[in-house]
Write a protein that binds this ligand. Structure first.
Ligand code: UFG
Length: 337
C-alpha cells in the first residue's frame, strides 16, 4: 500500500517504518523534526535497504501537507505527528491543542484533497484517565486527567465524526499503553530531548552514566510492591500492530478504537530489576514522593486487538530491557552522538 506517515522520524514512527518497508509497503514521511532527527530516517533506510520519501513539514501547514498528499496519493495515512510530554502539556496547553488537534484537522483536509479516506491514529491509553475498572477495555469512559490526554481524546472525536460522516472513510484509533524497547539492531530507539520523563529512557541513562540514580515516584500505591504498575509494550510489537491495522482500515467504515497492550502489568521495581539484570549490576535508585497525576495501575484488555487485527504482543520484558540496552549503550547521546 502507499502509506503517508506523519511523524515518521519519531520513536514509534521509525520502528513502524521498518516493519512497513519490510512488508513491501511504499512509504512517504512528513516530519517537522521539531522533536525528532532526520538521522532516524537515515537508519531506517540503512536497516531496510528500501527507498523512503521524506518531507520536512509542519503538520499544521495545510497547504504544504495538501501538496505532498496530492503528489504522493496515499491509500492510507498513519498519523503519529504530535507533542507527547504530559508535564509540558500543562505548561503549554495551547501548543498541545494546536499541534495535536489542529494538526489532525489540517491532515484531514489534506487527505480529503488527495481523495484518501483511511487513517490510523496514534492515540494513548491516557484518554481513559482514572480507572473506573481494570483492565481498561475500549468501552471504558474517556476522562483524561491531563491536557495531553485531552488533546488525544479530542483528536479521536474529530476523526470519529469525520469517518462517520461519509462512506469510504475509516479511522483506526490505536490506544497505546506504555511503549518501550528498541529495534533489536540497536540502530534506532527512543531519543528524548533533555531529562527523560518516562521510566525506561531514564533508567537507560542511569545505566549509561548520564544520570546518577532513578527516582521511584512513590512506593505506597495499592499495588503488590507499592510502586506503579503499567502495561509495557515492546515498540516492535506496537509497530506490527500498525501494519495489522492497515489491513483492517482498508475496508473499515467509521471509527474503531483499539487498545495496544499486552494485558500484563509490571511494577516500577520489576522493571528496574529486569533492566538491572540485563545491564549486569543493580542500578542505583531512591524512593521519591508520588508524581502528580500518576495512577496506581494501568493495564489493557487487549482482546479487541486480537479479534479485529489478529495481533498480539510477542515480546516480554527481557526483550524490552535487552533492546533498550543495545540501543542506549551504542548511542548514549541518542542520534546527536
Ligand atoms: N516512574 C518513576 N520514575 C521515573 C519515571 C517514571 O518511578 O523517573 C514511574 C511512574 O510513576 C509510573 C511508571 O514509572 O508509575 C511509568 O511512568 P512513565 O512516565 O514511563 O509512563 P506513564 O504511565 O506515566 O505515561 C505513559 C506515557 C504517556 C501515556 C501513558 C499511557 O508517557 O504518554 O503512558 O498510559 F499517555
Amino acid at each position: 500500500m502507499r502509506v503517508l506517515v506523519t511523524g515518521g522520524a519519531g520513536f514509534i514512527g521509525s520502528h513502524t517504518l521498518v516493519e512497513l518497508l519490510g512488508q513491501g509497503h511504499h512509504c512517504c514521511v512528513v516530519d517537522s523534526f521539531a522533536t525528532s532527527s532526520p538521522e532516524a530516517l537515515a537508519r531506517v533506510r540503512e536497516l531496510t535497504n528500501a527507498p523512503l520519501d521524506a518531507h520536512e513539514a509542519d503538520i499544521r501547514d495545510t497547504a504544504r501537507l495538501t501538496g505532498i498528499a496530492e503528489e504522493f496519493r496515499p491509500e492510507a495515512v498513519i498519523h503519529f505527528a504530535g507533542l507527547k510530554a504530559v508535564g509540558e502539556s500543562a505548561e503549554r496547553p495551547v501548543d498541545y491543542y494546536e499541534v495535536n488537534v489542529g494538526g489532525t484537522l489540517s491532515l484531514i483536509r489534506a487527505m480529503e484533497a488527495a481523495g484518501c479516506g483511511r487513517v490510523i491514529f496514534s492515540s494513548s491509553a491516557t484518554v481513559y484517565g482514572d480507572p473506573e475498572y481494570l483492565p481498561f477495555d475500549e468501552a471504558h469512559p474517556l476522562k483524561p486527567i491531563n491536557v495531553y490526554g485531552q488533546t488525544k481524546a479530542m483528536a479521536e472525536r474529530v476523526l470519529s465524526d469525520w469517518a462517520g460522516a461519509a462512506p469510504g472513510r475509516g479511522a483506526v484509533l490505536l490506544r497505546y499503553f506504555n511503549p518501550v524497547g528498541a529495534h533489536a539492531s540497536g540502530r534506532i530507539g527512543e531519543d528524548p530531548a533533555g531529562i527523560p520523563s518516562n521510566l525506561m529512557p531514564f533508567l537507560a541513562q542511569v545505566a549509561s552514566g548520564e544520570r546518577e540514580r532513578l527516582s521511584i515516584f512513590g512506593d505506597d500505591y495499592d499495588t503488590p510492591d507499592g510502586t506503579g504498575v503499567r502495561d509495557y509494550i515492546h515498540v516492535v510489537d506496537l509497530a506490527r500492530a500498525h501494519v495489522a491495522a492497515l489491513g483492517r482500515v482498508a475496508a473499515l467504515e467509521g471509527a474503531e478504537p483499539i487498545n495496544v497492550g499486552t494485558g500484563r502489568g509490571y511494577s516500577v521495581k520489576e522493571m528496574h530489576a529486569a533492566f538491572s539484570k540485563v545491564v549486569g549490576r543493580e542500578l542505583p535508585y531512591e524512593i521519591a514522593p508520588r508524581r502528580a497525576g500518576d495512577i496506581a495501575t494501568s493495564v489493557a484488555d487487549p482482546s479487541r486487538a486480537r479479534e479485529r487485527l489478529g495481533w498480539e504482543a510477542a515480546h516480554g520484558i527481557e526483550d524490552m530491557a535487552k533492546s533498550i540496552w543495545a540501543w542506549q549503550s551504542a548511542n548514549p547521546r541518542g542520534y546527536r552522538g
